[in-house]
Ligand binder design. Structure first.
Ligand SMILES: [Zn+2]
Length: 286
């Protein structure tokens, strides 16, 4: 596998206001590729003063991948979800003691969604390399570009997550050190060069985690990926603590996302592990 730099247009000084004044012919739809059990206590950091009343409670949440369709540029995936190897095996064929377990109904796997929707995949963007976001790569075409945030591959623990990238010809990395600072979120990259699809540096869950923004004709949609697990993270203003690399950074990122949603109320938001196709209006409960 060759590692290359993902080239993008710099658009120096552009603001979200300008981006939203120029919506593009792009839409997004989410696919459920499996299910995972998480705990509400930990999905909402129990040490945060605004989460003191959160109880231990199991939540069964979807494992998602998102299909971006651009009228001129074609079809893209944001994350890959799970491949079919989870249908009969919660560990997806991985060995080792730290492997995460997921549930999958037969036919939920990512390749099946591509067939059902007649999707001719051009490229895949991954928010980070955890199994529930990247395992699906194992059954996707190998001869298209795969794009990850620079730094994430160095954090990749094969013994936990398996080598989901095995067999890829090329892996492209987005270098956020050269990206535009776009208030209030920070470094953001125009992935397709026409303002339709953006990757936003949202560290905390992992060091180089990214969220995505789809700037469609209807309205812009922010896909937080794992910067927000469930909408309650936003409503309470409390970041997750479980599965989190750095809780302080995760909380800081969450607060930037909330500031962004307050600044641009037209933006709908999808959380990383909540019903993908009902993108919500941001509403603070506090
Ligand atoms: Zn994750």
């Amino acid at each position: 596998m060759r590692i290359k730099t993902y080239h993008y247009q710099k658009n120096k000084g552009i603001s979200w206001d300008e981006v939203f004044q120029n919506p593009r012919p792009v839409s997004v739809r989410s696919f459920q590729t499996g299910t995972v059990i998480i705990n509400r206590h930990g999905t909402l950091n129990p040490n945060h003063p605004l989460a003191k009343d959160v109880q231990d409670e199991e939540l069964e949440v979807p494992i998602l991948a998102h299909w971006v369709h651009h009228e001129d540029k074609g079809d893209f995936l944001l994350d890959a979800g799970l491949d079919a190897s989870y249908a009969g095996d919660p560990r997806g064929g991985l060995l080792g003691t730290d492997v995460d377990e997921f549930q999958q109904i037969k036919g939920e796997n990512i390749a099946q969604h591509l067939v059902q929707n007649d999707i001719n995949l051009k490229m895949v963007f991954l928010s980070h390399l955890h199994a529930d976001h990247a395992a699906g790569v194992r059954e996707l075409p190998k001869d298209i570009p795969y794009v990850i945030p620079k730094g994430e591959y160095g954090e990749y623990r094969l013994e936990v997550h398996g080598d989901f990238l095995e067999g890829l010809e090329e892996l492209y990395e987005i270098d956020f050190s050269k990206a535009n600072q776009m208030a209030p979120l920070g470094p953001s990259v125009d992935l397709l060069g026409d303002g339709s699809l953006w990757a936003i540096h949202t560290p905390g869950h992992t060091p180089w985690h990214v969220s995505f923004l789809v700037n469609g004709m209807d309205r812009p949609i922010l896909l937080t990926m794992d910067a927000v697990f469930i909408h309650e993270n936003l409503e309470r203003g409390v970041a997750p603590s479980e599965y989190t690399w750095d809780m302080e950074k995760a909380q800081d990122t969450l607060e930037k996302i909330i500031a962004f949603l307050e600044m641009f109320p037209q933006v709908r938001v999808g959380a990383g592990h909540e019903s993908g196709n009902s993108f919500k209006i941001y509403n603070s409960r506090i």
